[in-house]
Ligand binder design. Structure first.
Ligand code: FMN
Length: 463
């Protein structure tokens, strides 16, 4: 007789020994038999006590509960350069149920504290939050996920980025050529980090329906929490999405499927759900133009623009400066503020004001180059000025000091002694040598490859 028993261990070695000994004594009293024991080991980084230490008072959210509670989970897509902390803070006020960080290169995140500090910030209000990584091996993906786990509610593997630099580095949709690799990354990550922390995948549809269904069914077996489908192929970046493929996928699996692509208003979120049976809807371009999209608002309101100014302005202040400013009441953003780039501040305004400004105004506004000229424009044309938050709100929106102490152990443990040569190793990026902004390094890659692809416009043009 074979007895198959599975021990799910959520805590200590002592507990493990106790459970084995209990199982053995039950078995000793029965007939001789062979025992197969399968261990499901959870390293439990988010046990309540440890989590409190690591995250100050940031609450976590059980994302899968959201899928149980909400008829349709409304999600802001990962967007490089754009879904940074300030924009996520804005979206939290407008019925957005879940927000993704921009894609972060997992290997830089593991190797460089500077990359971690630049690419990932969070605050007390920043939940539910999923951190998206680009990775192509277990040690980078699991290592980065383990590092990020105390500070977010789930991680996502990018299997959809179609850009040449990503393909050259064997990342993004290039991974779809080796689905076994994707399964391995998800399985290993799931085994290392206990639920309710989610491990998800964002991908595109592939040309063949069979491949789409196979991918999602196998991911389900690996323990993936949910899958997001950008329902366009890698070669068809714009235009209508493939609703039939989305429907087929969502009918083939039990896990939640999130639909993404071409959504511009709340009605079309529900229509897509009606047609395809998806459990969640994800929006990228539509939410840049209109952060209030999930409230059913048609065009960004001035209140929302005001909120954006306030969030950005307050994010440039330290607590000390905030306290001084309360008495002086000067609302000026210095030209090189801490925590905020002009590009981030201005680009979001360009998107939000797109339908509000006249053609002439747009020409002027879109070419502004400084905080002061942008603030003057908004004041002259709309009477808007940034306002200081109440102290309580200020404290909640301040970036938290993140502690990664001893969490690099998983990366170090999984890392092979000699790393496999990666495709495109010649463009492997050294974060610390590149002034901390890894996407800038694409300029160097372009020079190397003599490519005409402009990273700064990649997603705007191609979706
Ligand atoms: C500015 C921008 C940046 C993006 N960055 C990412 C990213 O970091 N990771 C990712 O998986 N997809 C990224 N995308 C793709 C979107 O997440 C989304 O799949 C795509 O834009 C289709 O959705 P939409 O039609 O609602 O725009 C980006 C898109 C845009 C517009």
């Amino acid at each position: 007789m074979h007895i198959i028993t599975s021990l799910s261990l959520h805590n200590t070695k002592t507990n493990l020994e106790k459970q084995i000994s209990q199982t053995s004594s039950i078995l000793e009293s029965s007939r001789p038999c062979r025992i197969n024991i399968f261990f499901e080991y959870h390293s439990y980084p988010r046990s309540p006590k440890k989590k409190r230490d690591a995250m100050a008072q940031k609450q976590s959210t059980d994302i899968l509960e959201l899928f149980n509670q909400k008829p349709l989970v409304k999600i802001c897509a990962p967007m490089v350069r754009y879904t940074k902390l300030q924009f996520r803070t804005l979206l939290r006020q407008y019925d957005c149920d879940l927000v993704f960080t921009p894609m972060i290169l997992a290997d830089s995140f593991c190797k460089s504290p500077k990359a971690r500090n630049n690419e990932f910030t969070t605050n007390l209000l920043d939940t539910p939050l999923i951190t998206q990584f680009a990775a192509n091996n277990v040690h980078d993906f699991v290592g980065a996920s383990y590092l990020a786990a105390p500070h977010c509610d789930g991680v996502d593997l990018n299997c959809g980025c179609p850009q040449r630099w990503a393909k050259d580095m064997n990342l993004g949709c290039e991974l779809l050529k080796t689905p076994q690799k994707i399964f391995q990354l998800v399985r290993e990550c799931r085994n290392r980090i206990a639920k309710p922390f989610t491990v998800s995948v964002k991908t595109r549809i592939q040309k063949c329906d069979k491949d789409n269904v196979y991918l999602c069914k196998e991911l389900e077996k690996c323990g993936v929490s949910f899958v997001t489908i950008h329902a366009r192929t890698a070669s068809n970046n714009v235009g209508p999405i493939n609703e039939d493929a989305l429907k087929l996928i969502s009918e083939s699996v039990q896990i939640p499927i999130i639909g993404n692509g071409g959504i511009t208003n709340l009605e079309s979120c529900y229509e897509l759900q009606e047609k395809t049976g998806i459990k969640g809807v994800m929006v990228a371009n539509g939410i840049l133009n209109n952060p209030e999209i999930f409230m059913g608002v048609k065009v960004t309101s001035m209140e929302c623009v005001q909120e954006w100014l306030d969030i950005c302005y307050n994010s440039t202040l330290t607590l000390e400066v905030f306290d001084k400013t309360v008495s002086t009441n000067t609302t000026v953003i210095p030209e090189k503020p801490f925590n905020l780039t002009f590009q981030c501040f201005h680009h979001h305004l360009v998107f939000m004001l797109d339908k509000i400004l006249s053609r002439r105004q747009r020409q002027i506004f879109n070419n502004l180059k400084t905080f002061s000229s942008t603030l003057d424009f908004l004041n002259e044309n709309f009477g808007l000025r940034p306002q200081l938050f109440a102290r309580e709100r200020f404290l909640k929106t301040m970036p938290l000091k993140l502690n990664y102490d001893s969490r690099n152990s998983v990366y170090e443990e999984l890392k092979p002694e000699v790393e496999e040569a990666k495709v495109g190793d010649f463009i492997t990026y050294d974060y610390d040598k590149c002034d901390g902004k890894y996407f800038k390094s694409y300029d160097d890659i372009k020079k190397l490859n003599n490519s005409d692809c402009d990273w700064s416009n990649i997603f705007i043009e191609n979706g």
